[in-house]
Ligand binder design. Sequence first.
Ligand code: 6PG
Length: 271
Amino acid sequence: MALHLERGEVRIHESLEELKTDLADYIAEISEASVKKRGLFAIALSGGSLISLISKLSETPYSKTMEWSKWYIFWADDRLMAKSHADSNYRLAKDCLLSKVPIIPSHVHSINDTVSAEEAAGEYEFLIRQSVKNRIVSVSETSDCPNFDLILLEVGVDGHVASLFPNQSALEEREEEWVTFTTDSSKKPSHERITFTLPVINSASNIAVVATGDSKAEAVHLAAAADSTGPECPVVPARMIHPVKGKLVWFLDKPAASKLEASLMSNSYKL
Ligand SMILES: O=C(O)[C@H](O)[C@@H](O)[C@H](O)[C@H](O)COP(=O)(O)O
């Protein structure tokens, strides 16, 4: 089921398998359109179960039809840990996708995990600035922010996206700050992390926000319910995803959408 709402589109899937296929088709479409428009495709990944949800891309038909040599990979967030560590978002993406398709190694832009979180964020921001200069990443039409072709996010149980956690100062970064860091993430195991800021995420041409499983139902509800604002309500970073000019699509399975579905019909949600 797909619903077109004020802030984007919500796709509710009957099964994980259906969601995975729809997500892979969506990524393939955006990749094709970006390559057609500007000769390449700049995508930012994040971590968690999102990566297993996009692993279909390493299977046929996608593995054969995608223009992998035109892909440039970035991370919307990563944990400051060795790339060989099982909890590294880079490692996860490498194992599930990047090592299985013919992506050009020099197109894979991971973070420096050998310095402090603050330094890693500064270096990654510099790398993104260079990529904008070299036109690997476009520039937003409305600000100086990078305009990624696609940013993939998954909602955490507390409503975080990328490594933007509730009640952290990283949520307040303005347009001139592109990459920031946290040394106190509320997701366990707690790791130092670097993350794109909201202005960068919201400047993307396309943003996909994924949530699966009933543990995410409350976060999805808080991100979307029209009445979940005001001093009593928890601040949910996922609610702050508002593309300036781009398109937002939510990919949910039925359990994640369980608190949403009935009310969406009655227009009491504004995504
Ligand atoms: O590094 C990370 O942890 C992620 O980038 C993070 O934003 C993740 O995508 C969500 O927390 C959902 O992850 P789960 O699927 O593990 O809940």
